[in-house]
Design a protein around this ligand. Structure first.
Ligand SMILES: Cc1ncc(COP(=O)(O)O)c(C=O)c1O
Length: 437
């Protein structure tokens, strides 16, 4: 908050396509897609129309014991994402809750089918699944969450694979140790494990950490062999981010639970959905006295305005993906990043997959900067001067543009980061290899 207080506040008052505009009329490309949510740009006429039409009907109807047609229609659209393999949909209103629901459903399912000992969760190191207590517990103990460790239930973890690529060029790739560790955990603990949870192909909040193609399928196969649920958290990767509607579709994997949020309502309104199979749904059926009810309700779950925008977004996104536009932009992003960063003295590493990327900075003549230098943050602030909103993570910058980004905008995105680096980084005072506090 002190950094926020000490720096000029940026109030964004309008959006136009992939750009945000401040009170003085200055335009910024939204290189953060409004925290990874934006699909078709801001102020999109089709989404605006869908929102207005729904607003004329009703702004909110609770899904607690009631329903509205647009939720049913959207649930049917979403069932189509998995070829009807996951036809059941539980709506909430943010990604953390979408994941929390999957965890609770898995836990309760095993109790309902008489396997009470299956309670544990296995997650991958570096994972981020949200900021609620359940999702913090199954996420990595990063500086976001470490403080709360005493309150978090224990989850078992396995290492992430080693994989790094940009513009389709793989720098290094090895999933064998990761898969062997998961297999060993499952062989030992499947009887006490409810589920494995994974952000497929890219761990966003870890810094766009990548997995090789085929890894998700191998994880799914291990889960199937050991009768443990697989939860795919596609809160970040869903809706075009990696060039398809979902990574599940890209990788040909059907999990037991598929969590969607962020791009689901295209960055307009909060909405999340947890999809699951008929088999799991049926375990929850029974007389009230049997205690099968899944008690989980949020006031704005499945809000009709959000559902209306989500349907309109899906209608636009399918043809956009089929046209190859997103794949072209992703390839361009990779090429631009490689050209800008490959030989830059301040770049430690960079990577790109789909419309995701990251570049990590380093001092030229020392191992790292002191923590309070905040190199990534300084570059993000400098980028504003070059007409770009972008988010830092430690000493790196994350590239997450709207799915609708245009070719000239991809060039602006990478070019503005490069200019901002050259503005901000040479003046930062490095520290020699002193241990950090
Ligand atoms: C993979 C993943 N899961 C869950 C979440 C949490 O979503 P929300 O911020 O909507 O609660 C995020 C947010 O960044 C995410 O990246």
């Amino acid at each position: 908050m002190q950094e926020y207080r000490d720096n000029p506040r940026l109030h964004l008052v309008r959006g136009e396509g992939n750009w945000l505009i401040d009170g003085a009329g200055k335009r910024y490309l939204d290189g953060n897609a409004s925290v990874w949510t934006n699909v078709h740009g801001h102020n999109d006429p089709d989404l605006n129309r869908a929102l207005r039409e729904q607003l004329e009907k009703v702004a909110h109807v609770t899904l607690l014991g009631l329903n509205h047609p647009i939720a049913t229609e959207l649930a049917e659209d979403l069932a189509g994402l998995t070829g009807a393999a996951l036809p059941r949909c539980f709506f909430t209103d943010n990604g953390s809750h979408g994941v929390e629901v999957a965890l609770k459903l898995s836990f309760q399912y095993w109790q309902l089918v008489g396997q009470e000992s299956k309670r544990g969760v296995i997650s991958m190191e570096g994972a981020y699944h949200g900021d609620t207590f359940g999702t913090m517990a199954v996420g990595g103990r990063s500086e976001f969450h470490r403080r709360f460790s005493p309150w978090l239930f224990a989850a078992r973890t396995f290492p992430a694979p080693v994989h790094s690529e940009c513009a389709g060029r793989v720098a290094r790739s090895d999933a064998s140790a990761s898969l062997a560790a998961l297999q060993a955990l499952l062989e030992r603990d499947a009887a006490t494990t409810a589920c494995v949870i994974l952000e497929p192909r890219v761990q966003g909040a870890a810094g766009m950490v990548q997995q090789p193609a085929g890894f998700v399928k191998a994880v799914a196969e291990l889960c199937r062999q050991h009768r443990v649920h697989l939860i795919l958290d596609e809160v970040f990767t869903g809706f075009g981010r990696l060039g398809a509607l979902t990574v599940s579709e890209l990788e040909g994997v059907v999990p037991d639970f598929l969590c969607l949020a962020k791009g689901l309502a295209a960055g307009y309104l909060p909405l999340a959905a947890t999809l699951t199979s008929e088999k799991i749904y049926e375990a929850f059926l029974g007389k009230f006295s049997e205690g099968r009810t899944f008690f989980h309700g949020h006031t704005f779950s499945g809000n009709p305005l959000a559902c209306a925008v989500a349907r309109a977004s899906l209608r636009k996104l399918r043809p956009m993906l089929a046209s190859g536009q997103v794949a072209d932009r992703a390839a361009l992003l990779g090429r631009e990043m490689a050209a800008a960063f490959a030989d830059h003295a301040h770049v430690r590493t960079f990577r790109q997959l789909g419309l995701t990327g990251s570049v990590e900075f380093k001092p030229v003549s020392a191992e790292r900067w002191p923590t309070d230098v905040r190199a990534g943050y300084q570059v993000a602030l400098a980028a504003r001067r070059h007409g770009l909103i972008i988010r830092p993570l430690g000493d790196s910058i994350l590239f997450v543009p709207p799915i609708s980004i245009q070719a000239d905008e991809v060039k602006h995105l990478v070019g503005a980061v490069r200019l901002a680096m050259d503005d901000a980084l040479p003046g930062l005072m490095p520290v020699s290899s002193q241990p950090q506090p």
